[in-house]
Design a protein around this ligand. Sequence first.
Ligand code: SF4
Length: 351
Amino acid sequence: MKRPLLDATTDELRDWLGRNGHPPFRARQVNRWVFEGRATSFETMSDLPMDLRRRLDEEWAVFATTLVRHHTSPDGTDKLLLECPDGKRVECVLMAEDDRRTVCVSTQVGCGMGCVFCASGLKGVERNLTTGEILEQVLMARNFLPAEERLTNLVVMGMGESLANLDQLIPALDRVCAPDGLGLGQRRVTVSTVGLPEKMRKLAELDRQYHLAVSLHAPTEALRNELVPVNERVGLSAVMEAADAYFRRSGRQVTFEYVLLRGLNDRPQDASALAGLMDRRKAHVNLIPYNPVAGLPFERPTADAIDRFVRTLRARGVSVTVRKTKGREIDAACGQLRRRFEAGAGVAAPS
Ligand code: SF4
C-alpha cells in the first residue's frame, strides 16, 4: 500500500528524497503543489523531474482517502463523505457565508463521548483519524472552492471528540497554519471539545491561539450527566475551571456551545442556571436549536422557547448568539450523513 503523503512530515519527505538521490528543496515544491496548487496527483507537478514524479507515485499517495459522496445543499453548503484506506468513513463540510469560507472536519471515526442526542456517538468510537486523514478533509473540501477563493476558517467540530485525538490533531493544525501549508492564522481555527479538563489544559500549554469551543449542553451537574454521559467522569466544575485556565493562558474568550432540546434543557430554569454559570466569566454562549436525528427521541425547541431562552441570557448580561443552521437539508448534525449512508438509506444523487 502507498504511504499517505500527508501523514509524513516535511522532514520525513526530505529524508526520503535524499535517500532517493533528490535535493531536499523538492519537498517544498511538493508541499506547494498540494497546499497551494491543489494537486491531487504527482503527475501534474510539472516542475518536478519526470523520474521523481514516477518514484513519488510508486511510493506515496497524495490523497489516501477517496471521496465517496458529495452533496451541495441549496444554501451552498458542501458535505463530503470520505473513505479511508481501511474502509472507515468520515465526513467534512465546506460552508460559505459572506466572505468566510469555513471547513469543518472530523477527528475520529465515531465518538466515545455518548452524548444522548448525537448520531456520531451511537456506535461508540472506532478509531482516531491520522494527521493525514484530518488534513485530507481540509484539502479535499478546500479544493471545491473556486480557484480565486481561499479557505478563511477551520472548525474542528465534526465527528469525534477532538481533544481525545490531540496527538494527531495538533500536527494537522500546524500544517494548516504553517506558511508552507495553507497559511491560515491560528486565530481562525476553532477547536471544539465536550470538555476533557486534562486535555484542555494540555492544549492551553501548547500556546497556540486557537479559539476553544466547549460543548456544554446543560448548566447543572445533574442535567449534564444525563445529556453528556462523560460528565459523570469529569464533572461540570472541572470543565469550567479548565475553560477558565484556557482563557487565562491564551487570552482568547471561550465559546460555550449549547444544543437546545425541547422540554429538556430549554426551560426558563435552564436559561437561568446557564446565566448563573456564565456570571463573571468573559465568555460567549452559542445556542444550537437541535436538528432532529432519525431514530432518536429528541425534538427541536419551539421558536418561542428559543426566543425566551435568549432573552433570559441577555437580560443577565450574557453574550449569546443562535447558530444559523447550515446545510440542514443535507443532514448537518454531525454523523448523520455517514449513518444514513451506512444504513443503506441512500442519499440524494452524488454530484
Ligand atoms: S456531540 Fe460531539 S462529543 Fe458528543 S457524541 Fe457527538 S461527536 Fe461526540
